[in-house]
Design a protein around this ligand. Structure first.
Ligand code: PEP
Ligand code: MG
Length: 313
């Protein structure tokens, strides 16, 4: 029966009683965008632009960047939309022309938006290229920054993006951003929670450290609390708050996130069907109940068990 539901689910994302949740794809380049576009997704919730440049020693020109971004946007120009993330270079994703060399503690160093503190023109050129690609393809384009820690960063980034006629957002990957979600939302049009980094920074545990897998678990109640705070701020501001980390690809956790008020779930394209089908099998009230149960837990295993008890196997 489950297999049948899985095969039959073709989107768009909604609970069984019609509460809409956008199911989106995470993409890395034109090729992954085109293959994701054939699936049941309403757009792209995370285009990781740094992945286009991992093997480049020099910064591509604005024209060259615009061409690369346009390939992704073009795949969704049929009334869907794409959230482009500006360069998240540094830490686990070094980009030769952008990353600060020789940092002792790169995960806590100059990565993501922080690169533009000392090199603002790098971000300006990328935003010019994104705007050009949006213009040439006609695809609805939202732009967000990674590794935002302060409201001032969100304000400055937002001005630069809106100045180019695009919707602006920031990622919530640092606990400070989650705790300030309400104020962040006064500066931007949307938030997107990166649960991979939010978990890493909340638990002070390297996301790549297999020995610390019990800590780098998005079911950690502290992480769930921060997601809930962020989602609630979005609900109050009536602005979208999505999740684009691995948590969104877990069908059980996805239902909990929806119950917290998350408005979109972005994931590897292969996860869209399992998540969409699971969501379609339960009511919105059940999601609310599952979120409440998970948030009452004090460890990841009991959070998951509590959600499972509500949502059913
Ligand atoms: C995240 O941190 O959850 C995220 C979506 O960004 P990335 O995995 O690219 O760091
Ligand atoms: Mg991240």
């Amino acid at each position: 029966e489950d297999r049948e539901a899985l095969a039959q689910w073709t989107g768009p994302g909604a609970t069984s009683d019609g509460f809409r949740v956008k199911i989106l794809a995470n993409v890395a380049d034109g090729q992954s965008a085109r293959s994701s576009a054939t699936g049941p997704v309403e757009g792209v919730g995370l285009f990781r632009t740094e992945l286009c440049f991992l093997n480049r020693t020099e910064e591509p020109t604005v024209d060259e960047q615009a061409e690369i971004y346009a390939e992704v946007l073009q795949a969704f120009h049929d009334d869907r939309y794409v959230v482009v993330r500006t360069l998240d270079a540094g830490s686990d994703k070094p980009v030769a022309f952008a990353t600060m060399p020789g940092e002792e503690n790169p995960a806590l160093g100059v990565r993501g938006l922080r690169l533009s503190f000392s090199n603002p023109s790098l971000l300006e050129r990328q935003l010019d290229a994104i705007a050009a690609a949006a213009e040439s393809t006609g695809t609805e384009t939202w732009v967000m920054a990674p590794m935002v820690a302060t409201v001032a960063e969100a304000r400055e980034f937002s001005a630069a993006v809106r100045g180019r006629g695009l919707k602006s957002g920031v990622m919530v990957e640092v606990p400070s951003a989650a705790l300030m979600a309400h104020q962040m939302l006064e500066e931007v049009d949307f938030l997107s929670i990166g649960t991979n980094d939010l978990t890493q920074y909340t638990m002070a545990a390297d996301r790549m450290a297999t020995d610390l897998a019990h800590l780098t678990d998005p079911w950690q109640p502290a992480v769930l609390q921060l997601v809930a705070i962020t989602a609630e701020a979005g609900r109050q501001a009536d602005k979208p708050v999505g999740v684009c980390g691995e948590a969104a690809a877990d069908p059980l956790l996805a239902c909990v996130l929806v119950g917290m008020g998350i408005t979109s779930l972005s994931m590897a394209a292969a996860a869209a069907k399992p998540v969409g089908a699971r969501l379609a099998s339960i009511t919105h009230d059940t999601c609310l109940e599952a979120a409440e149960a998970a948030l009452a837990a004090v460890d990841p295993a009991s959070a998951r068990a509590a959600a499972l008890a509500v949502l059913g196997g």
